[in-house]
Write a protein that binds this ligand. Structure first.
Ligand SMILES: [Zn+2]
Length: 269
């Protein structure tokens, strides 16, 4: 009996080994789907995080870090920051009275199919670049009409300067906004995306939906009036395809907030 048992065990082991080797050589079993790829589009919040020159930066103040008298380890901090800084959400109410605050934005505007419009070649060495209506039409020429309810992310290439404030914003003087230079949406592009394409939300890899030279924030006004949320200071847009991914953008749910820190991820199936 013992011998038979041993032989059976050996047979099972050989079978299992064969199965492992076969799967190893042939890849996943038929019908098994590869796990979706998740790309984090979020910058860290820390002492390097870039905020608007007039805003309060992120600070982390330790409450406790170390062993307690009761014998367990304990770590906790307080943090402080403006709504608008680092990777964050602009609620429509930011520049449009009566429109959605952070907590009022439906989740369907924050979790939706995404597209990437790459204007980094045109913006290179041109900090005052406006993302134009034509940039959107050029994307459509190659990839088809922007579907209703899509989240449009625009890559300007500016994230390469993060966290160098001088290069990223054009100026690193605290409290000073007169000399900012970075790309942003033109008013015409904002009107096109809201009125003609009904997008769910927009985002980009600069500090503001409007370009640095803007004094009246027309793009913010247009997007806000149309209840279109904005995502600013995005990261890793160079890892995204032109289309075929999902955006998951979950801001801190600040009741009545005009903006909020944002954790944003792209899921490529
Ligand atoms: Zn903002």
């Amino acid at each position: 009996m013992f011998k038979v048992y041993k032989i059976r065990t050996a047979g099972l082991q050989a079978g299992a080994l064969f199965l492992i080797l076969t799967v190893g050589f042939m890849g996943p079993m038929p019908g098994a789907r590869a796990a979706p790829k998740l790309i984090d589009l979020t910058h860290n919040f820390d002492e390097h995080t870039i905020y608007w020159p007039t805003s309060k930066s992120f600070t982390l103040a330790p409450v406790h870090k170390g062993p307690t008298s009761q014998g367990f380890w304990y770590e906790a901090n307080n943090y402080e920051a403006a709504e608008h800084g680092g990777t964050h959400l602009d609620a429509p109410v930011h520049f449009a009275q009566g429109q959605w605050t952070v907590d009022q934005i439906p989740l369907s505007r924050l979790i939706a199919p995404g597209v990437l419009v790459d204007v980094s070649a045109k913006a290179k060495d041109h900090p005052d670049t406006l993302i134009s209506r034509q940039d959107m039409l050029d994307w459509e020429q190659h990839h088809g009409r922007l579907p209703k309810g899509v989240i449009v992310l625009v890559r300007t290439g500016w994230e390469a300067f993060w966290p160098d404030k001088k290069k990223y914003l054009g100026s690193d003087r605290p409290g000073e906004t007169a000399d900012l230079h970075f790309p942003g949406f033109s008013e015409a592009a904002a009107r096109f995306l809201t009125r003609e394409r009904n997008v769910a939300a927009v985002g980009l890899d600069t500090a503001s939906l409007d370009y640095g030279r803007s004094k009246v924030f027309k793009a913010h006004q247009v997007f806000g009036a149309a209840n279109v949320p904005g995502f600013e200071n995005l990261h890793h847009l160079d890892a995204l395809p032109a289309k075929g991914f999902r955006v998951i953008a979950l801001p801190m749910k600040i009741g009545g907030g005009s903006g909020a820190p944002l954790r944003i991820v792209a899921e490529i199936p």
